[in-house]
Design a protein around this ligand. Structure first.
Ligand code: URA
Length: 229
């Protein structure tokens, strides 16, 4: 990859700003001072230093965030705080997207990545990846197992669908875990509403084989290096 493209992809400046930085002798590759912005590098092996700082690079970034309530699952929003406001350098230099959004008032496991295939695998129901939620409801729900039966609810486009093989694990009369394969608009809330209860607290605890790290405080994140979804 061209050096100027590598650095501009990582938001060190526009191509012309990178050229200027190279003229000002601010860029080294493997300890060699660079003079040509078109120089080709292999980002996975070459060590690039920009203005005295070693450039952090990974082909795939995957972050686990313990999402707080009150943050939108969006990359940008004109008015409201988004989960991306919680991500700092070096990760904020990457073009990150969210793999399976959560509502503003939902907490818990959010995966954030620059890898489009990973996002697709997580959000496609056909991949059979369960997302597990801790659910608290407003009134006694003695048999939440009814959520596993066949019934239709509406998605975000007002089309009806049958949630596909949800799994319920009761904790007590007002709390249970619910695992679902889809990630439709307000899905857990609408499934619960179908049985005349309202969700008062919702937290995602698992996506496939990835569990929310219990040591992560609300709003904290960590990079997953070795993972299997
Ligand atoms: N289902 C919901 O209703 N909300 C979420 O945030 C996630 C799943």
């Amino acid at each position: 990859m061209r050096l100027d493209r590598f650095l501009s992809n990582l938001k060190y400046g526009s191509r012309s700003e990178i050229q200027k930085a190279i003229k000002r002798k601010l860029v080294y590759v493997n300890d060699d001072l660079m003079s040509d912005s078109r120089f080709k590098i292999d980002p996975s092996v070459d060590i690039v230093v920009f203005d005295g700082e070693k450039v952090f690079y990974r082909d795939t970034i995957l972050l686990m965030l313990n999402k707080p309530s009150g943050y939108l699952s969006a990359t940008k929003d004109g008015k409201e705080k988004t989960v991306m406001d919680l991500i700092r350098e070096p990760y904020s230099r990457f073009d990150l997207s969210i793999a399976g959004r959560l509502d503003k008032d939902t907490e818990g496991l959010l995966l954030i990545t620059n890898n489009g295939k990973l996002i697709h695998d997580i959000i496609t129901p056909a991949k059979n990846i369960y997302k597990k939620y801790f659910v608290r409801v407003d009134s006694d729900f003695l048999n939440p197992k009814v959520l596993e039966t066949d019934y239709e609810i509406m998605d975000g486009r007002s089309n009806y669908y049958y949630p596909s093989t949800p799994i319920v694990e009761k904790i007590n009369d007002r709390e249970f875990y619910l695992s679902i394969k889809e990630g439709k608009f307000h899905q857990v809330k609408r499934m619960v509403k179908h049985f005349d209860r309202s969700v008062t607290y919702l937290k995602r605890v698992e996506i496939g084989q990835v569990s929310l790290d219990k040591s992560l405080k609300i709003g904290e994140y960590k990079e997953l290096i070795d993972y299997k979804i």
